[in-house]
Design a protein around this ligand. Structure first.
Ligand code: F0G
Length: 457
């Protein structure tokens, strides 16, 4: 397979250093074996997240210099609005400082305790915002999503039969809104087909339920649709994106992903009365409606980044880079989630370290090992992140997969950086039977992966 070279060249560099193994062992111990607690300077290749970690282009940096910092009605807002209206075309929207701020506002307005929010799979902050209101996030992704070997082109698709049965058994009145995450971050960065998005929208609407899209990686999803879904080969990425959002009553987005910026987000809706409620919440928590917790210059960077994120040669390189890493890890015998997703490669830690039970965190064990062996920082997406007590029985519910995500920041690392990651993963893989698991020494109730501390078993 061939991969498109970077459609850019490098004009400014940020030095990184590889500290020695002893220093890494000491750093991770001090961090309580939680990679979120490391100092970034102690990391060589940082694949913790693709969120806010990308490089901006010369056009974005130039746009930043034109930022209008007026409190209300800044020129920057109207440049942002032009991109919003063209790509997403919702009647109303507000900027927010990031995705979870939009989630917080939406959930605060619409959700009551005991209600249910279905999705293909909720990511951590969405799930956390719902649980924080004593409501229940429900994952109804199709069954193939849990089979890492399955090569279905749209493994992020919602199971429509399950969704229908869920709505009927729960009662539409207990579902304030339904959603779908594109691409499906918690399930391997897998795309959702446009056919499925249309069907999901129709199903929610049949029961009078509002349909929202969690749009963080919509451009990567649109690119996969163009590549893989019959009938879309000759459409532009922009027109595919427009068709996606045309199905929905609203959307929220962390602009830190496919808008190629370091901070920002939005919440968009069609309903005017809902928009007015959103404005009140926004003003209380984020800022005035024309800046939403961002500087004017941030809005300008997003306005440019949204279009750059839709460029086809950029997306070919982006998705190609992820596929390159996935192919190399696979060739080395390392079990990963197939096919390669958009923004990250997910190593199947459960399969790689079957001697470590979910309660002893195989994903965390692998993530720590990758750091100790090569100062590579990934993130556990398994029981540390998603195991929780069942609200009725109190029994621990473990997620179906124990993964370690190696997220690829946009336009940041080169192929030789990725080769180094593969080499590190190979070293860990060759000695996989020697690792033991972890237990918590501290864990908060919600979103515990961010601040938990561990000790080795
Ligand atoms: N929804 C999805 C699907 C996400 O992946 C994220 C963030 C959010 C919402 C929240 O956005 O961070 O701007 O508040 N995901 C990051 C990640 C943090 O590492 O995948 P945010």
């Amino acid at each position: 397979m061939s991969y498109l070279p970077e459609p850019f060249r490098i004009k400014m560099v940020e030095p990184i250093k590889l500290i020695d193994k002893k220093a890494r062992e000491s750093a991770i111990k001090t961090a309580g074996y939680n990679l979120f607690n490391l100092r970034a300077e102690d990391v060589f290749i940082d694949m913790l997240t693709d969120s806010g970690t990308g490089s901006m282009s010369q056009f974005q940096w130039a746009a930043i210099m034109t930022g209008d910092e007026s409190y209300a009605g800044a020129k920057s807002f109207f440049r942002f609005k032009e991109a919003m209206d063209n790509i997403f075309a919702f009647e109303f929207f507000v900027p927010t400082h990031q995705g979870r701020a939009a989630e917080n506002i939406l959930v605060n307005i619409l959700v009551k305790p005991g209600q249910f929010i279905p999705s293909n799979m909720h990511f951590d902050t969405t799930e956390g915002n719902i649980r924080a209101r004593n409501a229940i996030p429900i994952n109804l992704v199709n069954g193939q999503a849990y089979n890492p070997e399955n090569l279905d082109p749209f493994k992020g698709n919602m199971d429509l039969q399950k969704l229908r049965e869920f709505i009927i058994s729960t009662g539409a009145e207990n579902i304030p809104f339904g959603t779908i995450t594109i691409t499906n971050n918690a399930g391997g960065g897998q795309p959702v087909s446009l056919e499925n998005i249309h069907q999901v929208a129709d199903l929610y609407h049949e029961f009078g339920i509002l349909f929202f899209i969690d749009a963080c990686r919509f451009a990567e999803n649109a690119y996969f649709i163009k590549q893989r879904e019959p009938g879309y080969q000759h459409k532009s990425i922009l027109s595919i994106a427009q068709e996606i959002f045309n199905t929905a009553d609203g959307a929220w987005m962390s602009a830190k992903k496919d808008a190629l910026v370091n901070i920002g987000g939005f919440l968009a809706v069609r309903d005017e009365s809902l928009y007015h409620k959103i404005c009140n919440e926004l003003i209380l928590r984020e800022g005035f409606i024309s800046y939403g917790g961002l500087a004017g210059r941030d809005l300008d960077a997003i306005a440019v980044g949204l279009y750059e994120g839709l460029e086809e040669d950029y997306l070919a390189y982006r998705v190609g880079q992820t596929a390159y890493l996935a192919d190399k890890l696979s060739e080395a015998g390392i079990p990963i989630m197939h096919p390669a997703g958009g923004h990250a490669v997910y190593i199947d830690a459960g399969k790689m370290m079957p001697h470590i039970p979910p309660g002893q965190f195989p994903g965390q064990t692998l993530a720590v090992a990758l750091y100790v062996e090569g100062a590579v920082r990934g993130v556990e997406i398994g029981s540390v992140m998603f195991a929780h007590p069942d609200p009725t029985t109190g029994q621990m519910v473990y997620p179906k997969l124990e993964l370690v995500r190696l997220a690829i920041p946009r336009r940041v690392y080169t192929q030789s950086h990725l080769d180094y990651v593969v080499q590190t993963a190979k070293t860990v893989f060759d000695q996989r039977t020697k690792y033991k698991g972890f237990e918590f020494t501290y864990a908060p109730e919600l979103m515990r992966h961010f601040t938990a501390r561990f000790k080795p078993l």
